[in-house]
Design a protein around this ligand. Structure first.
Ligand SMILES: NC(=O)c1ccc[n+]([C@@H]2O[C@H](COP(=O)([O-])OP(=O)(O)OC[C@H]3O[C@@H](n4cnc5c(N)ncnc54)[C@H](OP(=O)(O)O)[C@@H]3O)[C@@H](O)[C@H]2O)c1
Length: 279
């Protein structure tokens, strides 16, 4: 019987820097994929209960960096807040060996910043995940610098797959638009649920009922979209009969100043802001 290769089982040590919301979601996924807890090193100023439990299974928490760590760091994952990067990234040079991959999920911190903060020639992947990562249903978009090998690219895909789907782009400039679409996107969907609740209340429904209806409609439709082989436009058409209630609403939503126009403007504004923040 042929077995799928399991890269997380076969790499050297994995150094996670920042075990906050994203870092912990990734960590849980790696362990579920079979990463040996003894191969894990976690750098986190305030280790919580679950990290302390991992320490009992052989994970090194905040070790004093030394030549031993450097010898086999397969991957270093940087999951601190972007504003912490100038203090958190340069010391990681101690862990960077010849075949080490550095994977950063920090919003707005460019490959150029990372290259300048790490030893020359470091293989770097910058990725942009989103919040559904917390339940393993995120989507990350990754871009690699010129030093990343095919093997390291595959490794980055496996590390990111712990929190959802993975896409690659060849041009770092696209990360601003990615940030605006999928990075900030969950907030647009939550806003949709909020707006539907308010509109339901305005149409005469009791507030708690309007909230439950909006929440389950957004969540259920998202799940249907996730499971269906059809695209969003086909699913929309399937629930729209000519002259019916959905058609009446869509005439407003798809008309002038409607969803398309608003989201194009919103995503352009977020793209501009992402560019500004990245400097
Ligand atoms: N959350 C999202 O939806 C999302 C989406 C896309 C990208 N990202 C990126 O993911 C990264 C992590 O986000 P998050 O939401 O997981 O943030 P978070 O929950 O604040 O996690 C950051 C963690 O890093 C720790 N930390 C602070 N200084 C450190 C240092 N010098 N060395 C090691 N660890 C340090 C923090 O500890 P303390 O709390 O003790 O300071 C915290 O546990 C950010 O760069 C963000 O831009 C997040």
């Amino acid at each position: 019987m042929s077995r799928k290769p399991q890269p997380l089982k076969s790499i050297g040590s994995v150094v996670l820097v920042g075990a906050g919301k994203m870092g912990t979601a990734m960590l849980d996924g790696w362990l579920a994929q079979g990463l040996n807890s003894k191969k894990l090193i976690v750098i986190e100023p305030q280790p919580g209960k679950s990290l302390k439990a991992l320490a009992r299974r052989g994970t090194q928490i905040n070790p004093k960096p030394g030549p031993k760590a450097k010898a086999d760091a397969g991957a270093i994952i940087v999951a601190v807040k972007p504003q912490t990067a100038p203090e958190a990234v340069p010391p990681l040079g101690l862990y960077v060996g010849k075949s080490t991959l550095v994977l950063s999920i920090m919003a707005g911190r460019t490959i150029d910043f990372l290259e300048k903060s790490l030893p020359p020639g470091t293989a770097i992947v910058r990725a942009m995940p989103n919040t559904p990562a917390a339940i393993g249903r995120g989507i990350s978009v990754a871009v690699a610098n010129a030093k990343v090998s095919a093997r390291q690219r595959k490794l980055a895909s496996h590390l990111l797959a712990a929190i959802g789907k993975v896409e690659w782009v060849g041009e770092e400039g696209l990360i601003d638009a990615v940030t605006a679409l999928s990075g900030s996107g969950p907030a647009y969907v939550f806003l949709l649920a909020e707006a539907m609740t308010k509109a339901g209340i305005a149409a005469g429904l009791p507030a708690p009922l309007a909230m439950r209806l909006a929440r389950e409609t957004v969540a259920g439709s998202g799940e249907l979209l996730h499971r269906s082989a059809l695209d969003a436009a086909a699913l929309r058409q399937n629930v729209t009969s000519p002259g019916g209630t959905t058609a009446a609403a869509l005439e407003v939503l798809m008309g002038p100043g409607g969803f398309d126009e608003l989201l194009t403007k919103a995503i352009a504004a977020a793209t501009r802001r992402s560019r500004q923040l990245a400097g």
